[in-house]
Write a new protein. Structure first.
Length: 221
């Protein structure tokens, strides 16, 4: 039955899709959440607070079908195909739903730990992008890794050295005039100069940029 769950998600699909990276629309992102293997767990932690640097760049084409809508909800009797449901006894129906939902929860746990991307391999025309390792995790903080979603590539640079913020009042008080974002931007320039040049060329060397802090973050229920 596990195979049937995976087939429902169409996880056996194959193929390829091509897109370009819109370097001119790159955003410097700062995250201040404490991270865990299950994703963000504590928005402003007093315990070993860190600030993480990321470059988020949109793609020209959405990678449709790359990401699974998760978590998978439990099924009910109404979700069982009518032909199958009518051939079952009440006990068989209960057992079927129980087994199916246990497998769906198993898949959900796997997606929480490993990310909800389909298994994929990305290739780039720019050689400097091959210096990055692919990571399908959730808001991963490992330095020089990237992950993909529907319409963006997220490049992680790890924690920002000597980046102080107030864990009680939030990071905004520690980022007056974009101080944390400037530190993140400096990391990008120092660690990946070829990538930064690509970004600067796309911006036509204009002294402009876009900044976000903790964009669209929602605590786990």
């Amino acid at each position: 039955m596990l195979l049937s769950v995976l087939k429902e998600l169409k996880m056996e699909q194959t193929g390829s899709i091509t897109s370009e990276i819109k370097w001119e629309d790159a955003k410097v992102i700062v995250y201040t959440q404490q991270l865990s293997i299950m994703g963000h767990t504590d928005p402003y932690s007093n315990f070993n607070p860190k600030v993480y640097c990321e470059l988020k760049v949109p793609l020209t084409n959405e990678l449709s079908g790359l990401t699974i809508d998760a978590p998978l909800p439990d099924i009910t009797p109404a979700d069982i195909p009518e032909g199958i449901r009518h051939s079952m006894t009440d006990k068989q129906t209960i057992d079927y739903i129980k087994e199916k939902n246990e497998l769906r929860r198993y898949v959900n746990i796997g997606m929480q730990v490993n990310g909800n991307n389909y298994p994929n391999k990305a290739t780039f025309s720019d050689a400097f992008m091959n210096e990055l390792s692919q990571d399908n995790g959730i808001y991963n903080s490992n330095r020089l890794s990237y992950s993909l979603d529907y319409g963006n590539i997220h490049i992680a640079y790890g924690s920002i050295p000597d980046a102080n913020f107030d864990p009680v009042y939030g990071a905004m008080l520690g980022d007056v005039s974009g101080k944390l974002h400037r530190k993140c931007d400096d990391m990008i320039k120092k660690i990946t100069p070829a990538l930064d040049k690509k970004r600067a060329d796309a911006l036509k060397f204009a002294n402009v940029g876009k900044m976000e802090i903790n964009p669209e973050w929602k605590p786990e229920s």
